[in-house]
Design a binder for this molecule. Structure first.
Ligand code: TRP
Length: 331
């Protein structure tokens, strides 16, 4: 039986944090055997919110290093940069005719970005970026798209566009060209930031990086938000409102009930609790850091991996575009 196709993508933001791991990467790695995966580095997408492209190349390479160190196998699952496959822009242009401006203006994720970034106006490309994302997915005939909640509206837009296309244009003998993809929601979607905010995010400077060593992790966790009513060892705490406890849930399951009881009864102090989880997080990512170091010292090899992934992706993308052009009688 043919494996189902998964298209997953991320904007290159440089070194990834452990929230990226729990929210996406871990899941991508787990899906590798059962599905055929394509891993897209969405470098064009960064232009929607910043025109400073000085770091986009380095950030893409750093992100690829994190992906591979965490267990993405580029021999099985091509890893590639969107900008290196020109078919994305061609399909984007065609698909942009199949959806209205009003529909794109309704996109809740765009509205959130306008609010959060306090944007006074929106560029044409930013409004249309879900259409570029639709092209990313449909070029590889993606059937499943692993995403967090915030990206679900974009998969819905992709579904709508695929439906409109399929209704109007078909391949030989009426064969449908695009599958209508489904979102696959990641369950541990959000790891809270060190400041207690709902999400780890580079711009909030509240992250633990996948590449951070034990010393960095300890220094960062020392400052993490805990139950404000627990001031010293002996005070009773409420683990349910403590961010550090959330990290224990993810990285220290075996000791969870012990931590919970210790915090609630006061016998466990915040400092010890923090140092404990910091070393668990560090241990968890130790093999990743080791693999990372090897890749980091051989960036040319990483670039070769990308070029190889791009060759494979380009063949698939061009096949799809041939079908699209034929069905539309565009040459
Ligand atoms: N829009 C996604 C983000 O901002 C990144 C992305 C681009 C993507 N193309 C994609 C995600 C295709 C999934 C599938 O995070």
């Amino acid at each position: 039986m043919n494996k189902k196709i998964i298209l997953s993508g991320m904007r290159p933001t440089g070194k990834l944090h452990i929230g990226h791991f729990t929210g996406a990467l871990e899941n991508w790695v787990a899906l590798q055997g059962e599905y055929l995966n394509y891993h897209l580095i969405a470098d064009y997408h960064t232009l929607t919110t910043s025109l400073d492209t000085s770091m986009v190349f380095e950030d893409s390479v750093e992100m690829a290093i994190d992906w591979i160190a965490c267990g993405i196998n580029p021999d099985k699952s091509p890893v590639f940069r969107q900008s290196q496959i020109k078919q994305h822009t061609e399909l984007f242009l065609i698909l942009s005719m199949l959806i209205t401006k009003a529909r794109l203006e309704k996109n809740p994720t765009l509205k959130e970005q306008i609010r959060d970034m306090n944007l006074q106006s929106v560029t044409y490309g930013h409004l249309g970026y879900p259409v570029l994302q639709a092209a990313d997915i449909l070029l590889y005939k993606g059937e499943l798209v692993p995403v967090g909640e915030d990206q679900v509206p974009h998969v819905e837009i992709t579904r709508q566009i695929a439906g409109v296309f399929n209704e109007r244009y078909t391949g030989i003998n009426g064969k449908l060209i695009f599958p209508v993809p489904e979102p696959m929601i990641t369950k541990f979607a959000r790891l809270p930031g060190l400041d207690g905010k709902a999400k780890m995010s580079k711009s909030l400077d509240n992250t633990i990086l996948i590449s951070d060593n034990e010393c960095n992790i300890k220094a960062k966790i020392k400052k993490a938000y805990t139950d404000p009513n627990k001031l010293r060892k002996g005070d009773k705490g409420n683990p349910d409102i403590c961010l550090v406890y959330t990290y224990h849930k993810k990285f220290n399951e075996p000791e969870l009930s012990q931590i919970r009881d210790g915090c609630a009864s006061g016998t466990l102090g915040c400092f010890d609790c923090k140092m404990n989880v910091a070393s668990k997080i560090s241990d968890y990512f130790l093999p990743v850091r080791e693999k990372r170091l090897i890749l980091e010292n051989n960036k040319n090899h990483v670039l070769e991996i990308l070029i190889e992934g791009e060759k494979k992706a380009r063949v698939i993308a061009e096949n799809t575009m041939k079908e699209v052009r034929e069905s539309m009688k565009l040459g």
